[in-house]
Ligand binder design. Structure first.
Ligand code: SAH
Length: 456
């Protein structure tokens, strides 16, 4: 069956809905929402339909429909009784009177159908599987519902509010290019980030012919590696950036989502090999935004956890560059989940502590006595090269040398590995096994749960 999706003006033609069940009731509600003139013929009406009649929004005839109903010229007739013979006869009769028919019991005998709708009025997304699979349509609707933020409604309203002004200001040939420029600017993202005043200001300056010099920086957490762990907002910003400054820890799956038109600048550092000094990174972000670019600063994990994200936005704030911060799943959460090691557990740990094991002058200065604590899980970021020293210090400060310890290598990535040992045996494991960065260390009795809870 070939079908054509059209957008129909709600009040273009009268609608008649025949039937009193749930299906009919839903159609009536959809039609009323679209401002349609609706007559309902039903043996009995459910509460929703009765309420619409009381509000004067529909006309309701409580009676049995008969096969030879007379329909107003040009009506659209929705036939939804539970009597298929009656439906058949009504369809024939309606068509003889020049009406279009939608039969809810037989799609193949329908002239029109109602698509599933994702409603961000005035923006509507209609989904149809041409009658082949309501389940597929529902599945798609759920995905689009989740992906399209409610704020698209406000974007639609902003555009609607601007329409008249554009008509008076711009000659016809300039209008379409203006709308394209508006959509490619940061206006949509400002609306989605609930900053309507700034969105309006940028839209108006674009309309008055100024170029888009309102750059912005998005400091976005890319999570531990698996791109499925990105937030919706992170994904949107990744796809809309003009220039991307990224680090070593951003996984290839996430990098693949960046627009092919965006400029990519690597500013990552490997241990002791500082590709770009932090101060220069901070300044690059300011400079790119000042050129009016949408600048994505993409960081592994969460930007505010051992990510120096704070320093970068301090510089932005100092220069008056607008920015947004999008949290990401930090390595501790990602590695814990994907290795089946809950960071807290009523029988094992009531607190969790995140520390950095980064070495300075070959030692790490950590408050060892505070780390040796019963019922506490210790998560050590950047601890791989100092792991032997860390194990020695913890034992020296009173931690049981049989305490379980896990190294989660390349957590959440397809080649993730989990190495389990004890504080006493870890130096031996390290010397006999090749372990690659990034690796996260988890210490505490929760590690024993891995043997039961590992699911990947
Ligand atoms: N901001 C990041 C942490 C940056 S520090 C976050 O929130 O996750 C870098 C350290 O994070 C690495 O040395 C390693 O210990 C840890 N790490 C990051 N990604 C990891 C991964 N996929 N698997 C294991 N550890 C990871």
């Amino acid at each position: 069956m070939m079908t054509l999706p059209l957008v129909f003006r709600g009040d273009a033609r009268p609608f008649v809905v025949i039937g009193g069940g749930v299906v009919a009731s839903r159609k009536v509600q959809t039609l009323v929402k679209a401002g349609a003139d609706v007559k309902v013929i039903a043996k009995s009406a459910d509460a929703a339909v009765a309420h619409l009649e009381q509000q004067g929004k529909i006309r309701l005839e409580v009676r049995e429909a008969n096969a030879s109903e007379t329909f107003e010229q040009g009506s659209l007739v929705v036939i939804a009784t539970n009597d298929s013979e009656l439906n058949e006869a009504l369809a024939v009769s309606a068509r003889q009177q020049g009406c279009l028919v939608c039969r809810t019991d037989r799609k193949e005998d329908s002239d029109f159908a109602f698509p599933a709708v994702v409603d961000r009025s005035p923006v509507l997304v209609a989904i149809s599987s041409s009658g082949t699979s309501p389940a597929l349509t529902r599945h798609l609707k759920q995905r689009i519902e989740a992906f399209l933020p409610q704020e698209y409604r406000q974007l639609g309203e902003l555009v609607e509010a601007l329409r008249e002004r554009v008509k008076t200001r711009l000659a016809l040939p300039l209008r379409a290019p203006f709308w394209r420029k508006l959509m490619a600017s940061q206006v949509p993202e400002l609306v989605l980030a609930r900053q309507p005043e700034r969105a309006n200001a940028v839209a108006k300056s674009l309309l008055s012919g100024q170029s888009d010099t309102h750059g912005e920086v998005y400091l976005v957490g890319a999570g531990p590696g698996d791109p499925d762990l990105l937030t919706f907002r992170a994904l949107r910003l990744i796809q809309s950036a003009d220039v991307v400054f990224y680090d070593r820890l951003v996984g290839p799956g996430v990098m693949a989502l960046i627009s092919p038109d965006a400029e990519r600048i690597y500013v990552g550092k490997a241990k002791s090999d500082h590709a770009v000094p932090q101060d220069d990174i901070n300044q690059h972000l300011v400079d790119a935004a000042k050129q009016g670019k949408r600048v994505l600063r993409l960081k592994g994990g969460d930007p505010f956890i051992f990510g120096r994200g704070g320093e970068e936005i301090e510089r932005l704030a100092q220069y008056g560059v607008p920015f947004q911060v999008v949290p990401g799943i930090t390595a501790a959460s990602g590695c814990a989940a994907y290795s089946g090691i809950p960071l807290t557990h009523r029988d094992h740990a009531q607190s969790v502590r995140f520390v950095t094991g980064h070495l300075r002058n070959n030692t790490c200065n950590l408050p060892w006595d505070e780390l040796v604590h019963p019922n506490q899980t210790l998560v050590i970021y950047m601890g791989l090269s100092g792991i032997v020293e860390i194990c020695h210090q913890l034992i020296a400060n009173g931690m049981d040398e049989q305490s379980p310890i896990a190294l989660v290598e390349k957590g959440t990535l397809p080649d993730q590995k989990v190495h389990i040992s004890t504080l006493a045996d870890m130096p031996e494991l390290i010397s006999s096994t090749e372990i690659q960065a990034p690796t996260l260390t988890i210490i505490g009795s929760v590690v024993t749960l891995h043997s039961k809870l590992a699911w990947r």
